[in-house]
Write a protein that binds this ligand. Sequence first.
Ligand code: GLU
Length: 313
Amino acid sequence: MNNRKIIKALQEAMILGKKEIPKGRVATYIPELAYRDKNKLGICIHTVNSEVYRIGDFNERFTIQSISKVISLCKALELFGPEYVFNYVGMEPSGEAYNSLVELDLNHNRPYNPMINSGAITVAGMLCNEISFDEMIDYTRKVCLDKGIESDRLTLQSEMDNCARNRAIAYLLESKGIMASDVEDSLLLYTQMCSLSVTAKSLASFGMILANDGVNPQNNERLISSDVARTVKTIMLTCGMYDGSGEFAVLTGIPTKSGVSGGLLSVVDMKMGIGVYSPAVDDKGNCIAGRPILGHISKELKIHLFQQQETDL
Ligand code: GLU
């Protein structure tokens, strides 16, 4: 892909994203997130050819929040296989907010998908009997190609002190017989995973590994199996942006997962990973600058999943 084209698209996307920031607000329901500077904005692209393009606050550390749901799902699918995992959690978009428990209570015996809180707490319940948080940190460092990833203790404590809603979800899951382990242990692992500190660069690298079928192109090490990478990318496309997933998919055609701290993990299959950080979020909890940024990059680089490719078939 043309270097100059990528750099130009990034610079323009940065301007479009900045314009959108005033319309969003920093999440405050986890008190520690409220202190973040709303005007930060960073974007990073990591191509499968090992080229890295970065702009703005691409190196700023922030907590991964819901993007950790992708990492936990990868690990659970590797450890237990799809049959077991999808017996406990579905793979359908919920059309509800990330922290909703209404549809789970009224209609269903399992969460809609692993990208909403109820689904991810279920996945954490599977994991916590099998793997420690330290091992999950190591796994996250590996797939993000970032040895600097740590748990942000202040944010973890802040969320554990204010997680009544997630606790309610966890106990509702328990009441329906869905939790595979102790409720409090599962809730803790879920929240610990949300507290990992990443950068737009780490997310771009993780996206690049997923784009490259789970293999690190630098040393050809397989970090994620091909089947798991494919499944996870598909679920990101249909469920990654909560109840805004459909519109985002139409606009960008790029499988993406958001986190309420303002991060975005995007995967352009066989081409690149894209990481974005901008803490102002919209009313669905998605990074507000993300729409114009990914929309522009998708259009300029012609990387919408269903874009007519300029090659002969
Ligand atoms: N830790 C957050 C929660 O459970 C993550 C939500 C998000 O990033 O959307 O509420």
